[in-house]
Design a protein around this ligand. Structure first.
Ligand code: NAI
Length: 344
């Protein structure tokens, strides 16, 4: 199948070409991000392959459909950037990679928390300047602390397990599909409000949906424990970044580690070291000594990139052969069950 691959980086090309050796698709690698202007590059391609910050709103999908595209394959798990209703209306099939090494993301989340609380980046930059003083590097034991995990799917469950069994933490969780295996190991499911009020660390692992957008907002920060730490490797818009800045300035928030940011589409995955960044909220976040930001790299492991490339191309092979890939996303399967009304 002819596939137009948007937002291509060197590593995408490496892993997709490797995975394509036995599959024989006709891959065209395109550097631009997909949007209304670049959609015309997909003219006459039956399939496009996209990433997390490509724009797949109704207008872009209509343009793709008019150009003959039938399949949109996300080389990602999250699909919040796709207008699924429009895709369904236009008869476009949307594929994703539901599970690619959730371990990499989970491990990175734990690593970010440790780096934030134990000030590892700060310590490393000091040591490089022969400054071996410890003032300003004081952290906490995780043992015995309460970790609140919102979203206990593939990634969140691994994070819960690591904190519960590995670090001996009390783990509170919120999800409208409680995981009995986690309950068996002592994880306690509760409401978002209760979790936020009791957690020393809040770690976000739910998808971005209308219900979860800004789940950590000014009201949640107000309810939270003074000095709590916040980790987000899921999607930027789960957090109201301006409210977080207010919480950091007042000292209510003890620290924030982010791998994702609501407006990251204008920033991440590019080298902007010679540019003037126009996003004042992002720039302000970077000024706090207790904020750690990485550029959406939690997924970035050898194992995950291999799995993403293989799963994406396998799903396209199946669809090309007229079979329905299990990796299809549809508006029907992503709608939360009615009980989610309690979910903030
Ligand atoms: P998953 O689909 O296995 O799990 C998501 C969980 O969130 C499910 O258990 C679901 O029931 C729960 N959930 C959905 N709506 C909720 C709500 N309103 N309140 C509470 N829980 C809710 O997804 P997975 O693989 O664990 O990924 C989680 C998220 O991590 C993805 O949606 C994606 O946004 C993000 N991600 C980030 C990566 C990175 O590189 N930073 C890489 C991969 C995923």
């Amino acid at each position: 199948m002819r596939i137009a691959i948007f937002s291509t980086k060197v590593y995408d090309r490496t892993f997709l070409e490797r995975a394509n050796r036995e599959r024989g698709h006709d891959l065209t690698f395109l550097e631009p991000k997909l949007d209304l202007v670049t959609a015309r590059l997909a003219e006459a391609f039956p399939a496009v392959c996209v990433f997390v910050n490509d724009v797949l709103d109704a207008a872009v999908l209509e343009r793709l459909r008019a150009g003959g595209t039938r399949i949109v394959a996300l080389r990602a798990a999250g699909y919040n950037n796709v207008d699924l209703d429009a895709a369904a209306r236009l008869g476009l099939t949307v594929l994703r990679v539901p599970a690619y090494s959730p371990h990499g993301v989970a491990e990175f989340s734990v690593g970010l928390l440790l780096a934030l609380d134990r000030r590892i980046p700060r310590a490393w930059s000091r040591v490089r300047e022969n400054n071996f003083a410890l003032d300003g590097l004081l952290g906490h034991d995780l043992w015995g602390k309460t970790i609140g995990i919102i979203g206990t799917g593939r990634i969140g469950a691994l994070v819960a397990r690591a904190f519960r069994l590995g670090f001996g933490c009390t783990v509170l969780a919120h999800d409208f599909r409680p995981d009995p295996n986690l309950v068996a190991m002592g994880v306690v499911y509760t409401s978002v409000d209760d979790l936020v009020a009791r957690a020393d660390v809040i770690s976000l692992h739910c998808p971005l949906t209308p219900q979860t957008r800004h789940v950590i907002d000014a009201a949640a920060i107000e309810r939270a424990k003074p000095g709590f730490l916040l980790v987000n490797t899921s999607r930027g818009a789960l957090i109201d970044a301006e409210a977080v800045i207010v919480g950091l300035k007042s000292g209510k928030i003890g620290g924030v580690a982010l791998d994702v940011y609501e407006q990251e589409a204008d920033l991440f995955f590019e080298d902007l070291s010679d540019e003037i960044i126009q996003d004042d909220v992002f720039q302000r976040l970077l000024t706090f000594p207790n904020v750690l930001v990485t550029g959406h790299q939690a997924f970035f492991t050898e194992e995950a990139l291999t799995a993403i490339a293989e799963t994406t191309l396998t799903a396209l092979t199946e669809e090309e052969a007229g079979r329905i890939s299990p990796n299809r996303v549809s508006a029907a399967i992503v709608a939360p069950p009615p009980a989610s009304a309690e979910t903030r």
